[in-house]
Design a protein around this ligand. Structure first.
Ligand code: HEM
Length: 419
């Protein structure tokens, strides 16, 4: 990119990770497109990003250049080291699927997932999600304090996803471990040692799921895994094991850390705005609007990635073939041309255009309905059962996880009075 007027930003700068919104505001003052010299072109302008997201021919989700599928080796251009390749050689062959696939492959995968995660089937899970939520609250309610992430916001979505996939709840902490490693391998700069850990997790995940896939092929049940394995779309053959493995791993990892961070990010908003907390407690029907505004104002996924398949120009900025292009979904949510006073948290704002907290276009979050329901139920139950919620500052660590792509607090410890 040669444009001299565009804004440079450093996504990996610890200050940016703490508060990325200043950089987005600066980008909006110069047309909404800029560059991170270590990563590539960054796009925060709402309309530019909306057009980019739909243009899958030029902006590909298959970001690995070496012809392999998503091997979770991070976004650094450094070649995968030999000892890491050796570990990965024990994994099932990996192909691009769903999140890392482009049309027409993506379209086929998406149809299958749409069926398995349809709003109807997700809404049917509501009683189960409520039961999981209340069980978690039961475990700490008499104590008057809770370490929100490990005791509530982490186990809630991981348990739900384990149940949906039809795998043993006893394994949820293993999933959490794999998910954490793989999400960093999708979106962060990884050290050599971290790449080794991620590669081992890929192999373990495959060893765990391949026999379960085979079993569901022989004896289907009504769980998501069985539906994904056995559904045929438009007369095309069902998904192969090689296609299923990356899709399962995307659902596992997209299905937990995101919702976890949304719950904690939204809780911080309420702690800082007691009037809003009171309003939601008195009017639980306002909770969905709060959840949407939290997804706009402080979303758990700040950005993902695309790779330019050919040269292009975005708002006067040159994009070269092969450039990494970063859709800053959270940046678009702070575009003042679309969201008036974007820094104001306002659950009554009318959104003429949808927020991009779940992305936009063909890759729009496949789990959006599930995430919305989980977060709504989480706040309905917390506000119904916990009174006088306050932050325990001594026990909390409100610095952010070291990722510019996913955005969440390290530790949120609460005191409360049982209602
Ligand atoms: C608050 C929670 C969540 C947030 C903020 C979130 C955010 C996103 C975003 C921004 C994308 C777009 C990626 C892109 O275009 O590059 C995405 C895609 C995706 N999400 Fe979510 N997500 C959440 C929860 C979930 C859940 C619960 C699941 C699964 C059960 C899920 C599964 C997926 C999948 C499979 C994709 C890829 C879809 C495709 O490529 O067609 N997400 N998500």
């Amino acid at each position: 990119m040669t444009d001299k007027t565009s804004t440079d930003i450093n996504l990996s700068d610890p200050q940016h990770i703490e508060c990325p919104y200043h950089a987005y505001q600066a980008l909006h003052q110069t047309g909404g497109v800029g560059r991170d010299p270590n990563i590539g072109v960054v796009v925060a302008g709402y309309d530019t990003l909306a057009a980019l997201a739909k243009n899958t021919e030029v902006y590909s989700s298959s970001i690995t250049e070496d012809g392999h599928g998503p091997r979770h080796m991070g976004i650094n251009p450094e070649p995968v080291q030999d000892d890491v390749e050796e570990i990965l050689s024990h994994a099932h062959p990996i192909v691009n699927a769903l999140f890392t696939a482009d049309p027409p492959v993506h379209t086929r995968h998406r149809k299958l997932i749409a069926k398995a995660l349809s709003p109807r089937s997700v809404r049917a899970l509501e009683p189960q999600i409520r039961a999981i939520t209340n069980d978690l609250i039961d475990a700490f309610i008499t104590r008057g304090s809770v370490d929100l992430l490990p005791e509530f916001a982490v186990p809630l979505p991981v348990t739900v996803i384990a149940d949906i996939l039809g795998v043993d709840r006893a394994d949820i902490w293993t999933f959490k471990h794999w998910g954490d490693l793989m999400i960093s391998g999708n979106i962060d700069m990884l050290s050599h040692e971290r790449r080794r850990e991620v590669a081992k997790a890929v192999v373990e995940l495959h060893e765990y799921f391949v026999p379960r896939i085979e079993e569901r092929r022989q004896n289907p049940t009504d769980d998501l895994l069985s539906i994904m394995i056995n559904t045929e779309v438009d007369g095309e053959p069902p998904l192969t094991t090689a296609e299923l493995l990356p899709i399962i791993d995307q659902i596992l990892l997209a299905g937990h850390e995101t919702t976890t961070n949304l719950i904690a990010n939204a809780m911080l908003v309420l702690l800082n705005d007691p009037d809003l907390m009171r309003r939601l407690r008195d009017n639980p029907s306002d909770i969905p609007a709060m959840v949407e505004e939290a997804l706009r104002w402080d979303p758990p996924i700040q950005c993902t990635f695309r790779r330019a398949t050919r040269g292009d120009t975005l708002e006067g900025a040159d994009v070269a073939e092969g450039d990494m292009v970063v859709p800053l979904w959270a940046g678009a949510n702070w575009d003042p041309a679309v969201f008036a006073d974007p820094e104001r948290f306002d659950i009554d704002r009318s959104m003429a255009k949808p927020h991009m907290g779940f992305g936009f276009g063909p890759h729009f979050c496949a789990g959006a309905e599930l995430a919305r329901i989980e977060t709504r139920i989480a706040f309905e139950a917390l506000l119904d059962r916990l009174d006088q919620i306050t932050l325990n500052e001594d026990e909390s660590d409100l610095s952010h996880l070291p990722s510019f792509a996913s955005h969440g607090y390290r530790r949120v410890s609460l005191n409360f009075v049982k209602r």
